[in-house]
Design a protein around this ligand. Structure first.
Ligand code: FAQ
Length: 311
């Protein structure tokens, strides 16, 4: 690669300019963004499955309506981020193939089962809450299409988080059974939510390059700490106990210190051995196969339109 072009590119990033699709960029930058954005898009799509599991069992019409809307929003986010990834010159079909044959990653969090209605509250609160912490920073990423996508997506994630926290606060103020149900759901999702931010900084091979090029603006550990600091007071406010005996407020740093994350669990999930990895991929493969006729029909329709407009 031409060192002069690279220097000019890095100077633009240092000046806070955003890089746009037709601008020159190093191949590594393109590759890193393609990896990260496609994993993000896959996460949104696979992320529909755990909550989709409860649509037919939502406890009221109002709850059902907001859950359907939320799951639909995640589909929109996925499609939007796939479009963003395509601006880097990659074809969406290749990305989807990589997901379906197990080569591509998606967020570890979606490999955990949703066992009770309270999980819908806890996912909105913790999982969307973690996504917001991560994505508000990505909204300042150096790649324009990704940063702009994050601005729009975060607005919707805020609604998701509020509806989740509201479900939790209603349950937490409910009957003893409801209180126990939401506490149990929180206990299951707390540690996996912390894992969403990725490995610790000492173990994060991509961070240095992504920080240098201002795709990431904060490290995995910095964002994880921010999330914990935001979430613990919210848990206290509704009487939920964080399942971490080492959790303690450090008045000097203003941080809620937390215990050691079980990194062996995290890496097992990444290797495909989480509780639902196989189930999630099977569901995506089935949905893709079932949708074959739609893609064929859409292609045939587009070809017909094209033929008509050229005569
Ligand atoms: N799960 O070197 P690093 C949502 C992989 S939010 C699985 O630190 P990086 C909303 C990583 O890819 C969830 N894999 O990597 C929603 C890398 O593997 P590779 C999606 C993980 O990129 C809510 C390796 O470990 N959000 O969907 C995870 O610098 C409710 C080494 O790690 C995004 O994707 C993990 N948790 O930092 C939807 C945000 N963590 O590719 C439905 C954009 C790490 O080298 C319902 N992504 N890995 O083989 C990011 O911010 C970053 O990519 C990180 C990882 C922070 C996830």
């Amino acid at each position: 690669e031409d060192p002069a072009l690279l220097a000019a590119f890095e100077a633009r990033i240092a000046a806070g300019e955003s890089i746009e699709p037709k601008d020159w960029m190093p191949e590594r930058y393109r590759k890193q963004l393609t990896r990260m954005m496609s994993q993000h898009a896959h996460s949104e799509i696979v992320g529909m499955l755990p909550e989709g599991n409860w649509i037919t069992r939502a406890p009221s019409l109002r709850r059902k309506m907001s859950l359907i809307a939320k799951v639909q929003d995640e589909a929109g986010h996925g499609l939007y981020i796939y479009c963003g990834t395509e601006t880097l010159g990659v074809d969406r079909h290749e990305l989807v193939e990589a997901l379906l044959d197990g080569r591509a990653k998606y967020s570890s969090i979606f490999n955990y089962p949703t066992l009770s209605w309270a999980d819908m509250g806890v996912i909105g609160w913790l999982v969307d809450g973690a996504a917001i912490v991560n994505q508000t920073v990505l909204a300042k990423a150096s790649y324009g299409p990704y940063a702009r996508a994050m601005v729009r997506i975060c607005k919707e994630e805020n609604f998701h988080k509020r509806q989740g926290y509201e479900i939790c606060s209603v349950l937490a103020n409910g009957t003893p059974e409801q209180k126990a149900m939401v506490q149990e759901a929180f206990n299951r999702f707390w540690w996996p939510s912390l894992m969403m931010f990725g490995p610790s900084d000492t173990d994060s091979p991509n961070s240095a390059e992504l920080l240098k090029w201002r795709v990431k603006r904060k490290t995995n550990d910095e964002l994880r700490q921010r999330f914990v600091n935001l979430t613990v007071p919210q848990a206290i406010a509704i009487g939920i106990t964080v399942p971490d005996p080492d959790m303690a407020f450090d008045a000097d740093t203003g941080n809620w210190e937390f215990g050691e994350i079980d990194w062996s669990e995290f890496f097992e999930v990444l290797k495909g051995n989480g509780p639902c990895n196989r189930e999630r991929l099977d569901a995506r493969r089935k949905a893709h196969a079932d949708g074959e006729w739609v893609r064929a029909a859409a292609t045939a329709h587009a070809e017909k339109q094209k033929a008509r407009s050229s005569t």
